[in-house]
Structure formats: structure tokens, C-alpha cells
Design a protein around this ligand. Structure first.
Ligand SMILES: Cc1ncc(COP(=O)(O)O)c(C=O)c1O
Length: 423
């Protein structure tokens, strides 16, 4: 008979046997009532790609946008059907096009880089620094060329990147700053909300984000001209530009990136819940940080003095060499105990097949044909990102609704069992 201390990976009883709940948010009567309103009204979308009020969407879309404007204290919130659409819209709205370079992070979800490629522009990957896991300003500066148009920074895992430094670099070099803030709504950097610091900031409303509409994205901007461009990109801009203003020399191609009334309706009460859902994350994360202090080989996420963390994901550093087992063996043993934990995040993006010469994805080939520099996507270009991903970070997503303290204590029980069992 195996003792209860036998690791599950060696045939013992796992600490957790039930699966974790699939990503969700708090949905109650408020969302239900909003959806019923739309169904009774009978208009599932309010958009029309013609001049007039309906070019900007239906009543729910407009209400959702004004709630985001209030919450983020910014002049414009332009919704779309995903953060991917919003990032692409931002790049297009800023006039970035074929062969232009956008400096971005390799340590992010793929949409950050592919949105650049979608605009036939060239992603140039700068390294990250190992406290915030965001762009390293020094690396960004070293990559600026005459073709660089923007810095697309990512506030990753829930913590702001070095936004003040990046903003200063953008200002000095006459570049735009775009914030991919999909993972970090409500995080603060130097007293200001992330997503409102760059020229355009993006939020995601997909089903694993803090608040949700199923799918959806929001672009925040303080600039009238950019808001107008974002709206043109969202709704077939090319058919309307000449009709609204004959002298307008814009030739803005648009897509269909519109959010339906049903999605916007669900989002309206969600905006009111963003603080509550964020507090659940930060409370569970504080408890986990506290409890992890008993284990020297795991170092909890750093929260910089000028910033707050909203813990979209909880990323720990595994201190290699301080214990007689590797990060990957630790994670495998934790997984066998039924505990949610990943080795690394996603591999640095330039190592994905679409960036591999000579078989680059066709859109990237076109982008590079228009560029003056051939970008380097080889292994080794971002050593910090590679090291953090392959040796150091392990990530759990337990700190979120509907999990509670039980999941945190269970996690700690598993860390204790596995670290003893592997030693
Ligand atoms: C950093 C980051 N950017 C962009 C996206 C894309 O978001 P969406 O699924 O809304 O297109 C995600 C989604 O996970 C993300 O984490």
C-alpha cells in the first residue's frame, strides 16, 4: 500500500482529483436582463457601413464604450470583436504599413506579433527584462531604425511593462507607443491605468480574461483622429470615407471587426464587476505569495514600486540549483498531483514556424520584401526571454474566480509534498 506521501507521479494518490472549472466570469441576472433586452428589441447588431449614427454601432455597443471611457478615464473606447482585431486596427489606424517596423515583445500570446504581420509590417523582437517580463527599454532602443514606426509593448501576466521609459523612448524617437493590455486591465503604473499610457491601449474580453463578452476587444485612446481611424477600420472604412467628407484624403481600408449587440449587452454589467473580479485575483495571489515564502526555490512575482499587479496569471521563478530537482520535473510532478502549473509561458514568438526562414508565412515574406532590413528571428536574439521561458518561469492560473482559498492551500500542499518527494 502506497503511503499518502507517495508522489502521484510514482503511483500515489493525487492531491486534487477533480478538474478545475473552465475559465468563466460572474454571470447573473444583470447579464441575463441585458440579453433579454436585446432579444426583445430584435436587433442583434446595430451597425451599418453607411454614413450616419449607425456607422458607430447600436445602443448596447455605444453604452459599453461609454462605460469603458468612464472606467478608464479616457476620451475614447472603440470596441471590436476581439483584442486581435483591436491590435490590428491600432496598427492600421496609426498608418503603419508595408515594410514598416514595429518593435515588440517575443514573450506574449501570438496575436501581438501576428497583428503586425496582418498589416504587412515587420515585427522586430526586442528582449524582455527579468522582473516585469515586459520589454527591456535598452533592447528596444538598440533596435530602432529609420523604418521603425511604433513600439508595441505588452503588459504581461497582469503587471505593467516599463511604460514610463518606453514612452520616453517613443517620444524621443518620434514613434507611437501601443499597449497590448489584454492581460492587465486595472493595473497601475506611476498613478495611471495601463492601457491609457500609450497612444492606443488594447483590452481583451475573451472568455479567459478578467471580464468577458465571449469574444471582444476594446481600443482606448485620447486622440480624436485615432478614434476616428479605429472606427473606420472596424466597419469597412473604404465605403464611407469619401461620403462623409469629400476632401478627406484618407484611404482607409476597413474590415468587419464589429461587436454584436448581444456581446456588448453582456459586457455592460461586466464593467461594473471588474474591480470585484480583480480583487478576487489579487487576494488569492497575496495568499499564494505569503504561503510560498516557506519554499526558497520558488520566488513569487515581483511588484515594482511604481506599479500594481492584477495577476492575470501567477508567474513564479524556479531557482535552479537550490533544490536537487529540475523545474520541469517539479512541474510534471505537480501536474500528476492534479495541480495547474506550466513550465514556461509560450516559447519566444520568433521561434514559431511562421517566423522561420526560408518558409516564413507568406504575409511576412511580403512585409520583408518591402523592408530595408532583413529581420533576425534566430534562436539567441532574446536571451532573457529564452532563458525565462526554458529554465525559470512556472505559471499557474489558479488565482481567479471561481477558485478560492482552497485551491491556494491545495497548491501549497502539493508544493510541499512534491518538493519533499523529489528531494
Ligand atoms: C497579451 C495578449 N494579447 C492579445 C490577445 C488576443 O486576445 P483575443 O483573444 O481577444 O483576440 C491575448 C489573448 O489571450 C493576449 O493574452
Amino acid at each position: 500500500m502506497k503511503s499518502s506521501s507517495t508522489l502521484a507521479i510514482n503511483g500515489g494518490k493525487p492531491i486534487r482529483e477533480e478538474p478545475y472549472p473552465i475559465h468563466t466570469t460572474i454571470l447573473d441576472d444583470a447579464e441575463e436582463k441585458q440579453l433579454i433586452d436585446v432579444i426583445r428589441d430584435g436587433h442583434l447588431s446595430g451597425f451599418s457601413a453607411r454614413p450616419g449614427e449607425r456607422f458607430l454601432g447600436g445602443t448596447k455597443v455605444k453604452e459599453l464604450e461609454s462605460l469603458f471611457q468612464e472606467k478608464f478615464k479616457i476620451k475614447f473606447a472603440v470596441s471590436s470583436n476581439s483584442a486581435t482585431s483591436s491590435i490590428h486596427s491600432a496598427i492600421s489606424a496609426l498608418g503603419i504599413g508595408a515594410g514598416d517596423e514595429v518593435i515588440t515583445s517575443p514573450f506574449t500570446m501570438s496575436a501581438t506579433g501576428s497583428s503586425v504581420v496582418m498589416q504587412n509590417a515587420v515585427p522586430v523582437f526586442a528582449d524582455i527584462e527579468d522582473r516585469t517580463f515586459g520589454l527591456d527599454p535598452k533592447s528596444v532602443e538598440s533596435l530602432i531604425t529609420s523604418r521603425t514606426k511604433a513600439i508595441l509593448t505588452v503588459n504581461i501576466l497582469g503587471h505593467p511593462s516599463r511604460l514610463s521609459d518606453l514612452k520616453e523612448i517613443a517620444r524621443k524617437n518620434n514613434l507611437f507607443l501601443i499597449e497590448d493590455n489584454a492581460q492587465s486591465p486595472l493595473a497601475i503604473h506611476n498613478g495611471q491605468m495601463t492601457g491609457t499610457i500609450g497612444d492606443i491601449g488594447i483590452l481583451s474580453l475573451n472568455y479567459h480574461k478578467c471580464i468577458q463578452t465571449g469574444e471582444g476587444g476594446i481600443a482606448l485612446t485620447a486622440c480624436d483622429g485615432l478614434a476616428e481611424n479605429l472606427r473606420l477600420v472596424r466597419n469597412h472604412g473604404e465605403v464611407i470615407v469619401g461620403k462623409i467628407d469629400k476632401d478627406q484624403n484618407k484611404n482607409q481600408l476597413g474590415w468587419n471587426y464589429r461587436l454584436s449587440e448581444l456581446q456588448a449587452a453582456v459586457g455592460i454589467p461586466q464593467v461594473d464587476k471588474i474591480e470585484m473580479l480583480t480583487e478576487i485575483r489579487t487576494n488569492l495571489a497575496s495568499l499564494l505569495t505569503n504561503e510560498l515564502s516557506n519554499f526558497d526555490f520558488l520566488s513569487p512575482p515581483i511588484v515594482e514600486e511604481d506599479s500594481t499587479h492584477v495577476y492575470y496569471l501567477y508567474g513564479m521563478k524556479f531557482l535552479q540549483g537550490s533544490v536537487p530537482f529540475s523545474r520541469d520535473d517539479f512541474v510534471k510532478a505537480m501536474n500528476a498531483e492534479g495541480i495547474a502549473l506550466n513550465s514556461g509561458y509560450v516559447q519566444p514568438m520568433y521561434l514559431e514556424p511562421m517566423y522561420q526562414y526560408p518558409d516564413l508565412t507568406p504575409q511576412l515574406k511580403t512585409a520583408i520584401q518591402n523592408a530595408s532590413n532583413i529581420p533576425n528571428y534566430s534562436k539567441g536574439i532574446c536571451p532573457t526571454a529564452e532563458r525565462i521561458h526554458s529554465d525559470e518561469i512556472c505559471i499557474t492560473d489558479i488565482c481567479k474566480y471561481p477558485n478560492n482559498e482552497d485551491e491556494v492551500y491545495q497548491f501549497i500542499e502539493a508544493v510541499d509534498k512534491v518538493s519533499k518527494g523529489l528531494s
